[in-house]
Design a protein around this ligand. Structure first.
Ligand SMILES: [Zn+2]
Length: 349
């Protein structure tokens, strides 16, 4: 049996994404088949399409086109194995990570650190398709009142931001936080989560339009980072104190300014390096101010379930920039590449 999908046989620019007939997935034991109702697009998809070596390897090994898409919500239409907690017709969100489940990290509850974990749509075929298969244990049931689009927005961006701010940096009510690139998907998710926690939010973005959106979603102060040292603005706005937490995902270009923005006992939490891997630090200032620098890698299924719970209660309503038909995946990629979106872009088969 075949299905419609956006798939590619070699990596490259958006024109490699072809809407085509491909084989429908066949289930192994303990897997489910899901009819995709919404798949959110992530910047990772663009890297995967362009040049990520894992994708190149998969294309070479399988000789089959690759299907992107890690953020998937839909309906279960087939189940293999015995899974009494799941029923055909269930509305589900798929947790994007497939951890090994047996290594010390998995056993300690840090499945996000598992060395052999796979990501849906990356090492496996994903949700830019009519149907996708996944391990049954990745299914998270969602209530009827949570839309597939809103559910699909949660996994990568919101889970990353949630793990960064609540689990790693332990952001508290009343603290000050600086969120870099508040228009991007992790930035805008971080903005909403920081608001939910009750922090005072300083947000940067590159255009006045994005800054006004950031204000709408709860930023207390906004900074256009073009042509300014944002750390100077932060120090001015906080009477020289700095912020308690910086949400950093830019890397080399902002690293030193991000550290200079921290207050005493400040925490910098990083999940990305879009501008480069290497950053300098003044070690003396670091220990004198008792700074903490921490990394953060996606999050766990338990945390994703918490986010689903918040979304089901409308305490967290994901920001959706636009919804496009699956055929328009190239347009969705262009939207993200040009950084014109504020919030998630979702594809509907
Ligand atoms: Zn593992």
């Amino acid at each position: 049996m075949t299905m419609k999908a956006i798939a590619f046989t070699e990596q490259g620019e958006v024109d490699v994404l072809k809407y085509q007939e491909v084989e429908q997935p066949t289930l192994a034991t303990d897997e489910i088949l899901v009819k995709v109702q919404s798949c959110a697009v992530n910047y990772l998809d663009i890297h995967a399409r362009r040049n990520r070596p894992e994708i190149k390897q998969k294309l070479e090994e399988t000789g089959k086109p690759h299907i992107l898409g890690s953020d998937i919500a839909g309906e279960i239409i087939d189940i293999s194995g015995t899974h009494p907690q799941l029923t055909i017709g269930d509305r589900v969100l798929l947790a994007p990570c497939i951890p090994c489940g047996v290594c010390p990290d998995c056993n300690n509850g840090y499945e996000n650190l598992c060395d052999t974990q796979q990501l849906l749509g990356f090492q496996t075929d994903g949700g830019y398709a009519e149907f996708v298969k996944a391990p049954a244990k990745n299914a998270i049931r969602i209530v009827d009142t949570l839309s597939f689009v809103n559910a699909s927005a949660l996994p990568i961006a919101y889970l990353t931001a949630w793990h960064m701010l609540t689990t790693r940096a332990q952001l508290k009510a009343g603290e000050d936080i600086l969120i870099l690139g508040a228009g991007g998907s992790v930035g805008s998710a971080g903005l909403q989560i920081a608001k939910l926690v009750g922090a005072r939010i300083f947000a940067t973005a590159s255009t006045d339009k994005k800054l006004s959106h950031a204000k709408e979603y709860g930023a207390d102060f906004t900074i256009n980072y073009i042509n300014v040292d944002f750390s100077e603005v932060i120090l001015e706005l906080t009477n020289g104190r700095g912020v308690d937490v910086v949400l950093e995902h830019v890397g080399e270009a902002t690293w030193e300014q991000s550290i200079s923005s921290l207050a005493k006992n400040g925490r910098l939490v990083s999940c990305g390096v879009t501008t480069g891997n290497i950053g300098k630090i003044n070690i003396r200032k670091m220990y004198q101010k008792q700074l903490t620098l921490m990394g953060s890698a996606l999050g766990t299924q338990t945390e994703l379930r918490t986010l689903v719970h918040l979304a089901e209660q409308n305490k967290l309503i994901p920001i959706i920039d636009r919804i496009l038909p699956l055929e328009n995946a190239a347009e969705a990629h262009q939207q993200l590449e040009s950084r014109k979106n504020f919030g998630k872009v979702c594809l509907i088969p």
